[in-house]
Design a protein around this ligand. Sequence first.
Ligand code: FAD
Ligand code: DLZ
Ligand code: SF4
Length: 508
Amino acid sequence: SRSLRLILGDQLTRSLSSLSDLGEDDVVLMVEVGDETSYVRHHPQKIALILSAMRHFAEELRGRGVTVDYVTLDDPDNTHSFGGELARAVKRHDPARIIVTEPGEWRVWEMMGDWESDLDLPVEIRTDDRFYCSREAFAELVAAGKTTRMEYFYREMRRRTGLLMEGDGPAGGDWNFDAENRKALPKGLELPHRMRFRPDETTQEVLELVAARFDNHFGDLEGFGWAVTRDEALRALRHFIKDCLPTFGDYQDAMKAGEDFLFHGVLSPYLNLGLLTAAEVCEKAQQAWQDGDVPLNAAEGFIRQILGWREFVRGIYWTEMPGYEDSNFLNAKRDLPEMYWGAGTRMRCMEDCIGTTRRNAYAHHIQRLMVTGNFALLAGVAPRQIEKWYLEVYADAFEWVELPNVHGMVMHADGGRLGSKPYAASGSYINRMSDYCGACSYDLKQKTGEDACPFNYLYWNFLIENEEALGDNRRMGLMFANLRKKDKAERDRITGSAKAFLDGGEWP
Ligand code: FAD
Ligand code: DLZ
Ligand code: SF4
């Protein structure tokens, strides 16, 4: 009896659970639908990457003799929803059952719950085993109290997977080598030339489709250089391990104007779409360390991002959904300023981070966390607005990974489920980790007033505005102790500068 297997745009993995035990009569269904291309105003490169990777994946399956039914976005009969396209495909193929792999997002998980009754067919939903930690395994860890913080979860995952382990203990005697990973970039350090991919004919077609339909979305389409096949993604991985990983750890937190990728993986879209799996990426990084090509601090720092953070935020997402996005612990309400959409700003750090976002549908972690994220936190932007921005503008953005990072890690809107304190920082942090401030038209050394670096007074203003909510947070004790040393006149200068900036200045 025939089964119909719906493969979603972020499930492009040959070993996917819903692609195992394919029978000869079975049909794989892939659909480009308006509901997915438009549920937020995705960056054009993100849409192009997903559609091109979907089309290439369909071809690859066909090449292996699999029957693939593929519906394009410009198909005149397209109903533009997963449910609608499944219903049409059921008519075409008359399957006995539907097989899917659980989706990445709650939104789609809810839809799936209706399909059995809507289609009057059994719907089998299989576990997504591309993750090290299943939703069930994470729920068990929650119950056992082992997920309060990423670091404990990560150690548990190291033990379970054996990655970077020596016997029962961590390789090198420490679980975490971050103390070695906070160097600023030395002047004159040569940066690796990053691998980009030239669009083939399939990608060209998609680029034309996206240019025609989504040209009013924020972001450049020209310069598209993403890998769109597994082979290309594997080449990108090899390039990263060889040319960047050896230095990744040292400069993991560094930023440099005009240098968009530094030593970062630029692999997150491939991981999230399934062109690469977390396991193969971590194992290759471990191998490079075992071969003596990569120091331990680099391999550990990189593996922690994937085995630790990536798995942890996914677990948080699925244990806290639905409703995770509803909290607003700091009661932040301001509108997202126009500079996030490229309106131009005198803040050089923001300009550079928003610029790479527009050019590449990418910014590296520290730019997302300590510049655009930190600004939204300090300025008290409404969590839903900044969350939507992150979901739209990055090629790697899917709600399961975006929401915990923004709602939890950056905005502390969850009151501390994800991280014990917000990463609030003033201009001096940005100055220490980057070369932005020297050529900025704001003055890092001035604390208040028209020409002062806005991060300076916004930082203190954030503490003043949130003294009630955060004053008892033990990990912020030093910050608040310093605030309490400020006299009324200084506090007034801070709140006055912040008000002038937030009410006028660069605000829309
Ligand atoms: P590298 O620095 O090379 O790191 C290696 C890999 O580790 C990444 O490819 C990614 O898969 C994983 N990783 C690292 N940090 C995290 C993290 N905090 N959470 C989950 N995975 C992580 N990542 C996304 O994949 N999608 C998002 O929508 C997303 N939104 C973010 C929003 C904010 C506000 C912040 C602070 C972080 C966000 N991240 C997101 C995490 C991280 O910034 C990106 O994964 C990373 O910048 C991708 O670039 P890279 O591949 O060069 O990463
Ligand atoms: C993000 C996205 C986009 C832009 N387009 C499609 C699409 O046309 N067809 C599809 O199957 N998937 C697409 N996706 C990815 C889905 O939104 C993603 O699979 C769900 O959000 C579940 O994670
Ligand atoms: Fe950013 Fe302030 Fe530095 Fe300017 S001075 S680049 S606004 S941190």
